[in-house]
Design a protein around this ligand. Structure first.
Ligand SMILES: [Zn+2]
Length: 270
């Protein structure tokens, strides 16, 4: 779940989502042979959705509408409003499977994996039998890809930052932020210096890690003017170190100062 090469999701928040796009915004194209299996593809302005023939067309349309809706809302949340990416041949690919086994067989992901995102291929893989497919998995994985799109993927980033952004762009980020607030009040959060070094092998309580990561990203985005986060993304794209960039742009003295200011912000929220 924390593999940086194929970042994926492992959490459980849910929300309702439904957006309408004109039918003419989507177009069918020919079938495509991928890994010796026949896949069909339907495209929207920013996505190519690959699927097997046994998925009803009305559902395919809905998934594309949902993905386009997330594209807009995620860019807005991250202040990437003036950009237009994933167009034409650079569309984001979403591979839709029916069952988990289909997904794991095609992606070589472990049994417990629910979805994955591959930055180099600009590709998301997920399966429909997971009840969070539309509401949780797709936006989370899109959050990973969009963030990577704006940071270039060349600068090593701490896991909390990548997962924090992905969690922050979820529609129901509130449950995570509220949980983080309780953690701060109870003083059972992860010290910032320790959090910075955590990876997939060293995380002990995933729910705590995700909530705190989302809360910190929320602080970095909503606690300052919108240009700060854009500045940070640009610095990361310019391959400046993440901590040095964060320190300079946000004015943190050290990890302790960063932690104290984040906690103060969290405690001051309504
Ligand atoms: Zn993730």
């Amino acid at each position: 779940m924390f593999n940086k090469k194929n970042i994926h999701i492992y959490f459980f928040s849910f929300f309702m989502f439904f957006m309408f796009f004109p039918q003419s915004a989507f177009s069918w194209s020919d079938s495509l042979n991928v890994k010796e299996e026949i896949w069909y593809v339907k495209k929207s302005p920013h996505f190519s959705l690959y699927f097997k023939e046994n998925i009803p067309a009305v559902k395919i349309d809905r998934y594309l509408k949902t993905a386009e809706g997330y594209y807009d809302s995620i860019c807005k949340k991250l202040h990437f409003k003036k950009f237009n990416f994933w167009t034409w041949q650079d569309r984001c690919k979403i591979y839709v499977y029916i069952f988990r086994k289909d997904y794991t067989d095609n992606t070589s992901r472990p049994e417990w994996s629910r979805a994955s995102a591959n930055f180099k291929e600009r590709r998301i893989d997920a399966f429909l039998s997971d009840k969070g497919f539309e509401t949780t998995l797709i936006p989370h994985e899109m959050g990973h890809l969009i963030f990577r799109e704006f940071t270039g993927g060349k600068t090593p980033l701490p896991l909390w930052l990548e997962e924090g952004v992905a969690c922050f762009v979820e529609e129901e980020q509130c449950s995570r932020l509220n949980f983080a607030k309780k953690l701060v009040k109870s003083s059972i959060y992860i010290p910032m210096k320790k959090l910075a070094g955590l990876d997939s092998d060293t995380i002990v309580v995933p729910e705590l890690f995700y909530a705190q990561s989302a809360s910190i990203v929320n602080y970095l985005i909503t606690g300052f003017d919108e240009y700060k986060f854009l500045q940070l993304c640009q610095a990361l794209k310019d391959r400046k170190g993440w901590w040095r960039s964060l320190q300079q742009i946000y004015g943190f003295d050290d990890f302790d100062d960063f932690e104290l200011k984040w906690k103060t912000y969290v405690q001051g929220e309504e």
